[in-house]
Design a protein around this ligand. Structure first.
Ligand SMILES: Nc1ncnc2c1ncn2[C@@H]1O[C@H](COP(=O)(O)OP(=O)(O)O)[C@@H](O)[C@H]1O
Ligand SMILES: [Mg+2]
Length: 421
């Protein structure tokens, strides 16, 4: 029962990484350089291979729940590409708890976080039906503390029965800060156990043209962000605007909140972002997102209909595009324009800074944006200005609009479920 990996293709620049059995494979790179897809494909092929019987993979993110939309999604994506309609014959894919098991080798994949003491304690009691923990993939590794990685590193010890097996930790990340411990620990030293790697979206032959255009825009408008997310160089994402947020799982049902509404920032080349925001005791809960590129309003409305957005909730929208607002209204949504006044951007940001912002792990694009949304820097003086950068800020614009009903109580808004809904 062998199926060859005919349907997956690889980017050549990861060849050495995929062949390496060094203890540490450390992949830094720009956004979109192909790191995550590559590592997922590499692991699925190896875990399916009889030669590596007894290998088991642990996938780690800082917040465990974010595994579902990242490592787990990439790995199941790779399984589906390789095996197509026969995926379930070869892999057991479980949702709760998230686990993958090769039916050929018995090798398993599990998922964990390192967000608190309980998470860390759980790392100590990991066992598998066959073999030991051999491989660890730390995705978005810059989110972790050095001590988290030390705990993980400690888990990879002892003799292995199968001579083909080896211990390995794989790191994937964008190099957000030149003072980050990962640079010191793995890049600033020469050590035979470490293989470091650098990649950019320019080397990824699968990336689309629109992505290139967005990156060029970023290069112009946000040179610091481009250095890190476009070129994958150690940089400094200074002047980050919002730090008062927490990614965590929570119940997104209507009754959990004092009120709920949507906020939308229109876009075509830029993303069109819609956030579903709950408010409880004055704090913001980003429950869900729709985040799409190069889609017409009618297509986005279709997506919203399919996703079952509630039509009785008010949707605060960018006032610059009344035609689009009209289309949403015609489709039965309660879309209203957010009036812009001088200083409103700063006022909205001030408002956001005074609350906690909880973000559901499903909102992957909101999470990505909030981590890097920063103040513009004056080219001459090097000082931060009182204006945010205007790229990769679409979910953030929607988040700003979502403050309107709270910032301006005179809007007299209500998110009560009308009779009959
Ligand atoms: N080997 C591959 N085969 C097909 N598509 C790929 C491959 N590698 C990358 N891609 C495409 O490029 C996009 C970006 O790759 P990804 O691995 O997510 O980048 P990174 O993790 O470096 O940010 C993916 O969403 C996918 O569309
Ligand atoms: Mg990635």
């Amino acid at each position: 029962m062998t199926v060859t990996a005919v349907k997956v293709q690889f980017n050549r620049h990861f060849k050495e990484i995929n062949q390496s059995q060094k203890r540490y494979r450390v992949l830094k790179g720009s956004a979109g350089s192909g790191k995550s897809v590559n590592i997922a494909q590499d692991f699925i092929i190896k875990l399916s291979d009889e030669r590596y019987k007894g290998a088991n993979l642990l996938c780690v993110r800082k917040v465990n729940e974010t595994n579902r939309n990242s490592t787990y999604a990439e790995l199941t994506g790779a399984i589906n590409k390789i095996y197509g309609a026969r995926a379930e014959e070869f892999w057991e894919i479980r949702q709760s708890p998230l686990t993958l098991r090769s039916r050929v080798t018995g090798n398993e994949v599990i998922f964990r976080g390192v967000n608190d003491a309980r998470d860390r304690e759980k790392l100590k009691s990991i066992t598998f039906a066959h073999g030991k923990l051999t491989w660890i993939w730390i995705e978005e590794a810059t989110e972790l503390q050095e001590s988290d990685v030390d705990i993980l590193d400690d888990r990879l010890r002892g003799e292995l029965d199968n001579p083909n097996l080896y211990y390995q930790i794989t790191f994937t990340f964008n190099p957000v800060s030149a003072t980050h411990w990962i640079k010191r620990k793995y890049f600033d030293i020469v050590n035979p156990d470490i293989l470091t790697h650098h990649s950019t979206y320019l080397q990824n032959r699968f990336i689309d043209k629109a992505y290139h255009r967005r990156m060029m825009l970023r290069k112009e408008q946000d040179p610091e962000g481009y250095e890190v997310y476009g070129l994958g160089n150690w940089g400094e994402i200074g002047g980050v605007i919002l730090k008062n947020y927490k990614v965590m799982e929570f119940d997104t049902s209507f009754h959990m909140f004092d009120s709920k509404h949507y906020a939308q920032d229109f876009g075509f080349n830029h993303a069109n972002a819609i956030l579903e925001v709950g408010v409880k005791d004055g704090d913001f809960y980003v429950c869900d997102e729709i985040y799409v590129h190069e889609k017409d309003t009618s297509e986005i409305i279709e997506i919203a209909n399919r996703r079952g957005l509630d039509k009785y909730l008010t949707m605060y929208c960018d006032s610059a595009e009344p035609d689009r607002i009209q289309m949403w209204n015609n489709a039965g949504y309660r879309a209203v324009a957010v009036e812009k006044e001088p200083g409103s951007v700063q006022a909205q940001i001030d408002y956001l800074k005074q609350r906690m912002i909880y973000i559901h792990p499903n909102c992957v694009n909101t999470i990505k944006e909030i981590q890097q949304w920063s103040w513009k820097k004056d080219k001459k003086t090097g000082l931060y200005l009182d204006e945010p950068v205007t790229v990769f800020d679409d979910a953030m614009a929607a988040l700003r609009y979502s403050t309107e009903p709270l910032r301006k109580p005179e809007l007299n808004w209500s998110s009560e479920r009308p009779r009959g809904w």
